[in-house]
Write a protein that binds this ligand. Structure first.
Ligand SMILES: [Zn+2]
Length: 258
């Protein structure tokens, strides 16, 4: 057992409970539905999900992945999002301890989880996440975060500006929309939370990861060349890499060139 395993479990459980709300956001935000009403229903039979069948992770296990009413399979996506968010919070707590940074980055991490799955499903990144996200990132940097406010402003401007230039250039070269403005606002949000160096790490890791996964999906014949692969999830993975290992990744990259 790792040290302080009771606290680890507690923080993981908190992350899973919030992850359960993130599932609601992922499902309802792109449909323009309210996040609080109505209460959760089975998508197959419409039965209201009772409180004791709505416990993060555990309900999925004791229901064996099926609705209590109609036995329709529940997507593995739901417990996966809960587990991911729980794991993220534990890692943030271990990395940043009892600091405002851990709390703010928890909010940031959860926003990235929601963006990732919505973009993967619908090829959109909701403004209702990225625009408030930019504000929260800048305000946090100006107040409680360890990083500097100037760094955050440069990060947001660089993130937005960099991808906006790519979007305009690719539209001009390819004569079609190569990159959505959702990606532009997402990278601005990432810059606001993490600063300008993290923007470079995010773009590098995101572009590398996106190309590799895109090639793999085409090789496995799961996607065709003309099928869109959303960039948001890869930017999110890049941002999390920068959050946990930004300085190490920069040092490693600079050594490659030396
Ligand atoms: Zn059902």
């Amino acid at each position: 057992m790792p040290p302080q395993w009771e606290l680890t479990l507690l923080i993981g459980a908190l992350g899973a409970v919030i992850g359960s709300f993130l599932n609601v956001c992922i499902h309802r935000l792109p449909r323009g539905e309210s996040l609080v009403r109505p209460r959760s229903h089975c998508p197959a039979c419409g039965a209201l999900i009772r409180a004791f069948d709505n416990v993060p992770l555990l309900s999925f296990l004791w229901l064996r992945g099926r609705c209590r009413g109609c036995r329709a399979a529940i997507s593995i996506r739901y417990p996966a999002v809960e587990l991911l968010n729980g794991l993220g919070y534990v890692l943030l707590w271990r990395r940043f301890g009892w600091t405002p940074d851990a709390l703010i980055y928890g909010v940031f991490f959860s926003a990235l989880v929601v963006v990732t799955f919505i973009d993967w499903d619908h090829q959109i990144i909701p403004n209702r996440i990225t625009l408030p996200g930019i504000v929260v990132g800048l305000v946090s940097a100006a107040t409680v975060l360890t990083g500097s406010f100037v760094d955050a402003v440069i990060g947001a401007a660089l993130g937005g500006g960099l991808l906006y230039a790519v979007a305009v250039a690719s539209e001009w070269v390819l004569k079609k929309e190569g990159m959505g403005l959702g990606d532009v606002k997402l990278l601005a949000m990432i810059g606001a939370f993490l600063g300008w160096k993290a923007v470079l790490v995010t773009v590098f890791v995101g572009a590398l990861g996106g190309s590799l996964v895109g090639l793999a999906l085409m090789a496995l014949k799961l996607k065709r060349r003309e099928d869109p692969i959303p960039f948001g999830p890869f930017l999110a993975v890049g941002a999390v890499s920068a959050l946990f290992a930004g300085p190490e990744l920069i040092a490693w990259y600079l050594r490659l060139g030396a």
